[in-house]
Write a protein that binds this ligand. Structure first.
Ligand code: NAD
Length: 516
């Protein structure tokens, strides 16, 4: 019997011993960069793979983090077949026994916490605290979904009727294709993969090509935890070739995707087409982008609001789906909040994430770097540049925290997801207009309101149309089990990762009724 779920604590880096051990992990991992990782299909490493993906450090463009074997369409199809072949035996494993693989993996990950975090510093450019939080969240997902499976495996409440025995069971779906993004290279990979597995499904995992080494190392950890061969396949590869093959395959039963709106909608459309021989409607869980707003009311604690905007907009260089990219401020306090936010943003240290003094690291790759700088150029004609607006050290993909003021709600930088350290300030005449502006987007992922006015908070509770709404705190940093996470509208299917509804999406309920 396990103790009740508790969130994994974050490492306190003000403690010298913790700093020393994290630094040691960073150096140890640096010595392991450049290794090769093959795809895994049916429990066998595919060697040589059809091709290789090179993963470079975004903070130091010439540093090779690793080479990861990529699948082609044929290997992707073999991976689905291998998962299909393993499904009968894995789905017959008792739910409590499946949960134990997750508990074991969580224990292994906890022991090697700094090592995994260090890999994220090198491969994703996360600073110490962000990397540590990513690993803690991965541990949380394993611990949480294991307990969730135990809960779902218990007898379910039904209205009982005399003369009959009625039971409802949650049974697995089949082969799941798991497609995570790069920005939580461990937590989202672990959460999406292990939720599907513990529910009794077999999985084909296609990681992001930008952070495949962290994913490969997590797959090895699951093997170390004893996961049977064939239950999990690992097939890195190109989205349009490997991704489309996996999504379109007739034996694929569901797709669990987290990433951009564009790719999510494409997957949704492709999965809706019935392939020859397919016997089900594929289920698609798609968690997508955001254009998240923080509303600051005139009654707010303005210092607290500025802290929240800075943390939400510039943490991990704004590369979170939950990042604040719009600050909507009551006109009476607009100038003050803008000033406080800009002062704080100017003070943020931009630099190599291996340096504990850095707060803002690089953006993920050359493509993102160019895209964000293009948005900044657009912003210069759509608003007033208050701070930032340019690149940092050319050794990595650094962009300085950027604030634009007086942006119109219909401007491109107020409507399109930039996914970088850029925030647009907008002025609202009153609280009602602030909420209107906050909802003036296709997305609906996170949002926050800073206010001391109870009637305004109650109004926002109803009218602010987002999946995760926060009051008097930042709009990033959802905790597993505490803030189940998922968005409305074009932000996705609102699966509420880390919540009690999540495993239901990966199972189907079967009712068995026996008349005596
Ligand atoms: P992306 O859409 O570019 O890629 C996501 C994944 O899809 C990657 O593994 C990629 O290789 C794969 N892919 C690309 N084309 C494909 C295709 N045709 N078929 C199948 N798979 C394909 O997104 P990204 O850049 O990795 O991640 C950033 C995006 O993710 C942002 O929009 C962000 O808001 C979003 N995100 C959302 C959440 C959430 O919970 N809502 C969490 C994290 C990130």
């Amino acid at each position: 019997m396990m103790e009740p779920f508790r969130n994994e604590p974050f490492t306190d880096f003000s403690v010298a011993g913790n700093r020393r051990s994290f630094d040691a992990a960073l150096r140890a991992v640096k010595g392991e960069l450049g290794q090769c990782y093959e795809p895994l299909v049916g429990g066998k490493r595919v060697s040589p793979p059809p091709r290789w993906i090179d993963s470079y450090c975004p903070a130091d463009k010439s540093l090779l983090v690793g080479k990861v074997g990529a699948a082609d369409a044929s290997l992707a199809a073999q991976a689905v077949q291998a998962a299909w072949d393993a499904f009968p035996s894995w789905s017959a494993v008792q739910p409590e026994a499946r949960a134990r693989y997750l508990y074991k993996a969580a224990a292994l990950l906890r022991r090697r916490k700094h090592e995994f975090s260090a890999w994220m510093v090198w491969e994703a450019g996360k600073n110490w605290a962000e990397a540590d939080a990513d690993t803690a969240e991965a541990i949380d997902f394993l611990e949480f979904y294991a307990r969730e499976m135990e809960r779902l495996a218990a007898p379910q409440p039904l209205n009982r009727t005399r003369g009959e025995d009625n039971e409802l069971y949650y049974v697995p779906l089949g082969v799941g294709v798991v497609i995570p993004p790069w920005n939580f290279p461990l937590a989202i990979v672990a959460g999406m993969t292990c939720a599907a597995l513990v529910a009794g499904n077999t999985v084909v995992l296609k990681p992001s090509s930008l952070t495949p080494v962290v994913a490969a190392r997590f797959v090895r950890l699951l093997q170390e935890a004893g996961l049977p061969d064939g239950v999990l396949q690992f097939v890195p590869g190109n989205g349009s070739e490997v991704g489309d093959t996996l999504v379109g395959h007739p034996l694929t039963r569901f797709v669990s995707f987290t990433g951009s709106r564009e790719v999510g909608l494409h997957i949704n459309e492709l999965a809706a087409r019935i392939a020859p021989g397919q016997r089900w409607i594929k289920r698609v869980i798609a968690e997508m982008g955001g254009k998240d707003a923080i509303v600051v009311d005139r009654s707010a604690d303005l210092e607290l609001a500025a802290d929240g905007i800075v943390a939400s907009a510039f943490g991990f260089a704004g590369q979170k789906c939950s990042a604040c990219s719009r600050a909507i401020v009551h006109r009476d306090v607009y100038d003050e909040v803008l000033k406080l936010t800009a002062e704080r943003a100017e003070r943020l240290a931009v630099g190599h994430p291996a340096d504990p003094a850095s707060f803002v690291g690089p953006v993920i790759d050359a493509k993102a770097y160019r895209r964000i700088l293009r948005y900044i150029e657009t912003g210069k004609s759509e608003g007033r540049l208050v701070c930032g607006g340019d690149a940092g050290d050319p050794a990595g993909y650094y962009i300085r925290p950027t604030i634009f003021a007086d942006v119109d709600s219909k401007a491109r930088i107020a409507q399109e997801e930039i996914f970088g350290p850029v925030v647009a300030f907008m002025r609202a005449n009153d609280f009602a207009q602030a909420l209107e502006l906050a909802n003036d987007t296709d997305y609906g992922l996170t949002g926050a309101v800073y206010s001391r006015d109870r009637t305004h908070l109650e109004r926002a509770r109803e009218a602010f149309h987002v999946g995760n709404l926060y009051f008097n705190r930042k709009c990033t940093g959802a905790l597993v089990g505490v803030h189940p996470f998922g968005g409305f509208n074009m932000s996705g299917t609102d699966s509420k990762a880390g919540g009690r509804d999540y495993l239901l999406l990966l199972t189907q309920a079967k009712l068995v009724s026996e008349k005596w």
